[in-house]
Design a protein around this ligand. Structure first.
Ligand SMILES: [Zn+2]
Length: 290
C-alpha cells in the first residue's frame, strides 16, 4: 500500500530535530511522499533543505495567516524569488482564518496576503495548499475572481460543510482530510466525506498537529525511540508535550477512519487518494513529474 501525506509541517520547531527519524518511520510505513508546508519567511529555507536531502519530500512555501504580522516589507518579492529558484516547490500554507485565535491578525491584511499568494501560484502554475477557518464565503469569492487555477489547489484539513463541496469542486478544489475530522460528530463527518468526489479526496496528517485517534486504541504519538531524542536534546517530556505530537506514519489512522465512514475498502481508498495527490503535485518542475 502506498500513501501520500498531502499536508504537514516537519520543519516545525517541535519536531524538526527528529525529522530524519520521522521520515524513516513514514517510509517504512508505506508513506511514499510527504508535502511539507512552510508557514513564514523564516522556515522556507529549512523546508527547501529538507526537500533537498529527501526525495520523498514535496516542499511547499507560503505565508500562513497566523504569521502575517511577522512578514517583512519585501515578503512577496522574497516568496516570488524563492519559488522561481525552487521549481520543485508548491505554494502553501496560505489562507484565511476568522477563529478567535487568529484575532490578532488584521482581516483586511489576511484577504490581501491570501489573494497575492493565490495570484502568484496561478502565475507560476503551482498548486496551492489552503487553510480556511470560518471564512469560506470570502475564500470562494476570491477563488472565483482570481480563477481558474489550472494547477489546482487543495483545501487542507477540510472541515467546511457538505453543501459547499460541489461549488468548491467546480472551482477545482481537492479536499484533504486529516485527524481534525475525528472529533466531528460521525454523521456530519460522513456527510462531508460523501459529498466529496472520489477523484478529489486527499489524506494528510497536518503533523505535528491533529494527532488522530485510532479506531481501536487511543492515539499513536511519536514513537518512544524518537521521543527520547527530543528528551536527550534537553527537553522535558511534559514541556514538549511529546504525547500529543503527530507524524506522517499516522496517516494510516486517517485512512482507516475515512474508509470506515465511507464504507470503502481501505486499500482502494489508499490507491485513489494516492493517485489524486500525485495528480495535483505533478506540476512542471515537481519531483513527481520528473
Ligand atoms: Zn498546516
Amino acid at each position: 500500500m502506498k500513501l501520500f501525506d498531502a499536508h504537514c509541517h516537519l520543519q516545525d520547531p517541535r519536531i524538526h530535530k527528529i525529522s530524519p527519524q520521522i521520515i524513516k518511520t513514514a517510509l517504512d510505513a508505506g508513506v511514499v511522499h510527504i508535502a511539507v508546508n512552510g508557514v513564514s519567511e523564516k522556515d522556507w529555507q529549512s523546508v527547501k533543505e529538507m526537500s533537498g536531502g529527501n526525495l520523498c519530500i514535496i516542499p511547499n512555501v507560503g505565508l500562513h495567516p497566523w504569521f502575517i504580522p511577522d512578514r517583512t516589507p519585501n515578503w512577496l518579492n522574497n516568496l516570488k524569488e524563492f519559488l522561481e529558484w525552487t521549481p520543485e516547490a508548491a505554494v502553501g500554507e496560505i489562507g484565511l482564518d476568522k477563529a478567535p485565535w487568529a484575532s490578532h491578525v488584521d482581516y483586511a491584511d489576511q484577504l490581501e496576503v491570501f489573494s497575492q499568494q493565490l495570484q502568484l501560484a496561478k502565475e507560476l502554475n503551482r498548486p496551492a495548499s489552503i487553510h480556511c477557518v470560518g471564512a469560506f464565503d470570502d475564500m470562494i469569492e476570491i477563488l472565483k475572481s482570481l480563477g481558474p487555477f489550472p494547477a489546482g489547489f487543495l483545501l487542507h484539513s477540510y472541515m467546511g460543510s457538505a453543501g459547499l463541496v460541489p461549488e468548491l469542486a467546480n472551482l477545482g478544489a481537492y479536499f484533504s482530510i486529516s485527524g481534525h475530522l475525528m472529533p466531528v460528530e460521525e454523521s456530519k463527518a460522513k456527510k462531508i466525506l460523501q459529498a466529496i468526489p472520489l477523484e478529489r479526496i486527499l489524506l494528510e496528517t497536518d503533523a505535528p498537529d491533529a494527532l488522530p485517534k485510532s479506531l481501536n486504541s487511543g492515539c499513536l504519538p511519536i514513537v518512544a525511540k524518537e521521543a527520547s531524542i527530543l528528551q536527550d536534546e534537553g527537553g522535558d517530556r511534559s514541556e514538549l508535550a511529546i504525547d500529543t505530537l503527530n507524524h506522517p506514519a499516522n496517516i494510516h489512522h486517517v485512512l482507516n477512519y475515512v474508509a470506515f465512514l465511507l464504507e470503502m475498502d481501505k486499500e482502494e481508498l489508499a490507491q485513489i487518494s494516492y493517485e489524486n495527490a500525485r495528480n495535483i503535485f505533478s506540476y512542471e518542475g515537481s519531483k513527481i513529474s520528473a
